[in-house]
Design a protein around this ligand. Structure first.
Ligand code: TYM
Length: 343
């Protein structure tokens, strides 16, 4: 039998994998968002077909001031460009400008069980912290997130560790739908970085660093000035023991080591060696400086983009048009399978 020779002409190119991820515009993004998610988005965006969005529909599950929300949506959109995402190569968009997200979310709601949503830890936490507004959107939030992911047939979803449970439910919903109607959705895998997947609060290192924390000393915002970053890291809670090493009961130091490792690519062993015999003062200064340098180019580009709101709006509109083309393809497929009559 003649041996088949693979050439550039007959090669079956391996299908490029797809990634999608989103960030809520519910406050100024933190170092946690950056190290846990955004930094990986940029790294992966060269290798994959990528779509990234500002998840503004998700943000209204908690009451927002409209003026502030409008401003924050554009700030976070500018941040996506500032971290280096190229809107010519990646789809960068604002979720609410692509109607298919809300449409698919409604359909998927009808394929999701009440009990599944009631188990979500983020729902339980948020219904405690927003006890006066436990709305149905907050309850079915993970279904909208599943719609975001499944519309783009994403293979991989780069997120921080706190989103793992939501990813699992997205997989369950996709498997259920595929089981009823035949293969419709790609089953997405979470991509959670080894380092930075869970950056903790600087004031209570047993809690996740969060942009909605009322105490601004608990987080570094990606737009903080170098002076503010240094001040916040210097006042981070550590322990009275004094040694820079990774260990049990050293949540504050462990957290700072994680942050330092993400910014410098040094391993924990290398960090321990660097600070052997030194105190927390030296260590915190080094962590602060590393964070300042990590965020400096992001903040500079962000300031540049924010000066040109017309450009940002134009890029967002183009991104939404491209995203809609991709998302509508999946939505039509789903609607046909469910038995709707398409125009
Ligand atoms: P959000 O807006 O809370 O956070 C955006 C991303 O940042 C990660 N993150 C963290 N990573 C490490 N340490 C932390 N302290 C930290 N805080 C936040 C989050 O894991 C996330 O990856 N539901 C999502 C937004 C969303 C989404 C999606 C994500 C909507 N649709 C579809 C992926 C796919 C959220 O609230 O992320």
């Amino acid at each position: 039998m003649e041996e088949k020779i693979i050439t550039a002409e007959n090669a079956q190119p391996e299908k490029r994998k797809k990634i999608l991820s989103c960030i809520q515009p519910s406050g100024i993004p933190t170092l946690g968002n950056y190290l846990g998610a955004l930094k990986n988005w940029k790294l992966l965006s060269d290798e994959f077909d990528s779509a990234f969005a500002v998840a503004d529909l998700h943000a209204i599950t908690v009451r927002q001031d409209p003026q502030k929300l409008r401003k924050q949506i554009m700030e976070v959109f500018a941040l996506l460009l500032a971290i280096g995402l190229d809107p010519e190569k990646n789809i960068v968009f604002i979720q609410s400008q692509v109607p298919a997200h809300a449409q698919l979310a409604w359909i998927l709601n009808c394929y999701t069980q009440f009990g599944e949503m009631a188990r979500m830890t983020q729902f339980k936490d948020k219904s405690q912290s927003h006890a006066d507004n436990i709305n149905v959107g907050l309850f079915s939030y993970p279904v909208l997130m599943a719609a975001d992911i499944l519309l783009y047939q994403a293979d991989l979803v780069p997120v921080g560790a706190d989103q793992k449970q939501h990813l699992e439910i997205a997989r369950d919903i996709a498997n259920r739908f595929n089981g009823i109607y035949g293969k419709t959705f790609t089953i997405p895998d979470p991509y959670i970085g080894k380092q930075g997947a869970r950056v903790m609060s600087l004031q209570d290192p047993t809690k996740k660093m969060s942009k909605s924390d009322p105490n601004p000393k608990s987080y570094v915002s990606v737009f903080d000035t170098p002076e503010t970053i240094m001040k916040k890291i210097r006042s981070a809670v550590t322990d009275s023991e004094g040694g820079v090493y990774y260990g049990d009961g050293k949540d504050g130091v462990n957290n700072l080591m994680g942050i330092y490792s993400c910014c410098t690519n040094l391993s924990y062993e290398q960090i321990e060696r660097e600070f052997a015999g030194k105190g927390y003062g030296d260590f915190k200064n080094a962590v602060g400086e590393a964070v300042v340098e990590e965020l400096r180019p992001v903040r500079e580009r962000y300031e540049m983009y924010m000066k040109d709101q017309a450009y940002l709006k134009e890029v967002a509109a183009k991104g939404a048009a491209t995203a809609s083309r991709v998302a509508d393809r999946t939505l039509s497929k789903v609607m046909k399978k469910c038995g709707f009559v398409l125009p």
